[in-house]
Design a binder for this molecule. Structure first.
Ligand SMILES: [Zn+2]
Length: 62
């Protein structure tokens, strides 16, 4: 069994927050909208990454 590092815990924590934010967007009804410019996110992009929160123009905030 490999050791669990702080980096592993941080990665899990970050993923958990991304999931929670995606669920909040689903409940709020803006899951498919960029969080910056409100433009629709492509279905293909959401299939590739269901936690995607931004359009391709604003990837740094995803
Ligand atoms: Zn955008």
């Amino acid at each position: 069994m490999s050791e669990i590092t702080n980096e592993t815990v941080t990665a899990i924590d970050t993923t958990l927050r991304d999931v929670e934010r995606a669920l909040e967007r689903l409940r709020a009804g803006n899951y498919r909208s960029c969080q910056v410019c409100q433009s629709p996110i492509a279905d293909d992009d959401l299939i590739a990454n269901p936690l995607l929160a931004n359009c391709p123009a604003h990837p740094e905030l995803a």
